[in-house]
Design a protein around this ligand. Structure first.
Ligand SMILES: NC(=O)c1ccc[n+]([C@@H]2O[C@H](COP(=O)([O-])OP(=O)(O)OC[C@H]3O[C@@H](n4cnc5c(N)ncnc54)[C@H](OP(=O)(O)O)[C@@H]3O)[C@@H](O)[C@H]2O)c1
Length: 307
């Protein structure tokens, strides 16, 4: 198989595309012929070494947390999938930027019929993050007001659609180039954060989903209702500001969950959700990571491992 490997922590320029022996599926795992691998901010955060205290990884490693592809072999005891099944999943913290990968079956779901493998490769981590933020951590209810920061990115574009599916009124922040995109996804109110303070356009919200962090996160306390929820997968919201405003601060790490992903896949097949991808060949992963580092994406970047 081919895989991109990092021999040291740093930027994407250090990644090398290499020929390696195929990994072997262990008990409860499958081997996947990878067609597409999503590119997520966590990939360059892991690569930079910024997370090595929490996620120690032996070097060299292959970045990439999510894939779509075809089951090529079954590990011992696997009955949930068959060879030839088209699957997708948030497989691990690394291993996705490759033509073959192994994954535990509990982390996989059948690919939505209505998505191409390239589209499906961009879905698992972003959709699970948005789903868990809104349904588990914030428990969004119909007619609640939800403000989503970073709404045009990978997680945000899924979050807008999931919040609308849950019946919320959605406020979304993005620069002007992404406003038509967010309107098409269903956002009710779109705020250009580069031209106006979001506090001037929205107040009394039930839930803020913060996908930006920093001062955007800190300023968000002021627009929440008492007993509202500020949920962020980026960083821990300030406990003291939360106490001052009487809101619940939540920081969480996304859980890989094949069952939840199956539910999300059904909703794609029912036409409730869509995904926008920008595709790079596996050999151009460095360029894709540099785009992701720029922090101004629409939808999600995905690597075509067959190109
Ligand atoms: N802890 C976890 O388990 C977990 C899981 C998933 C994601 N995350 C984190 O969540 C964050 C978002 O992930 P992602 O994949 O959605 O990132 P992404 O796809 O790179 O999102 C980029 C988006 O952020 C927007 N943006 C940048 N600055 C902004 C600002 N000040 N206000 C509003 N929007 C702004 C950009 O919109 P414009 O171009 O319009 O500016 C762009 O659409 C990342 O930090 C990621 O690491 C954590």
């Amino acid at each position: 198989m081919k895989a991109l490997r990092a021999y040291e922590y740093g930027g994407p320029e250090g990644l090398r595309l290499e020929d390696l022996a195929d990994p072997v599926a262990g008990a409860g795992e499958v081997l996947i012929d990878v067609t597409a691998a999503g590119v997520n901010p966590i990939d360059w955060k892991v690569l930079s070494g910024a997370m090595k205290a929490f996620i120690p990884l032996p070097l060299p490693f292959t970045p990439g947390i999510e894939v779509a592809g075809t089951v090529a072999a079954l590990g011992e005891g696997v009955t949930a999938f068959a060879v030839g099944d088209e699957v997708f999943g948030f497989i691990n913290i690394v291993g996705g930027y490759a033509t073959r990968a192994v994954a535990q079956v509990s982390k996989l779901a059948l690919k939505p019929r209505t998505l191409t493998a390239l589209q499906a490769g961009a879905v698992p981590a972003t959709a699970l993050t948005a789903w868990q933020a809104l349904t588990e951590h914030a428990a969004v209810q119909p007619r609640q007001k939800v403000l989503i920061h970073g709404a045009a990115g990978g997680v945000g574009s899924m979050a807008v659609q999931i919040a609308k599916y849950l019946g919320a009124e959605v406020y979304a922040t993005a620069s002007a180039q992404n406003h038509a995109y967010l309107k098409a996804l269903g956002a009710d109110h779109i705020i250009d954060y580069t031209r106006e303070a979001f506090e001037a356009r929205v107040a009394n919200v039930d839930v803020v989903l913060d996908l930006v962090g920093g001062e955007t996160q800190n300023r968000s306390f002021a627009v929440l209702k008492k007993h509202g929820v500020l949920v962020s997968p980026v960083s821990q919201p300030s406990i003291s500001l939360a106490n001052d405003h009487g809101v619940t601060p939540v920081n969480f790490a996304t859980r890989s969950d094949g069952r939840q992903l199956s539910r999300i896949a059904e909703l794609f097949d029912k036409g409730r959700f869509s995904v926008t991808v920008q595709v790079y060949p596996l050999s151009e992963a460095k360029r894709a990571i540099e785009r992701s580092l720029g922090r101004h994406l629409q939808g999600r970047l995905v690597l075509d491992t067959t190109a």
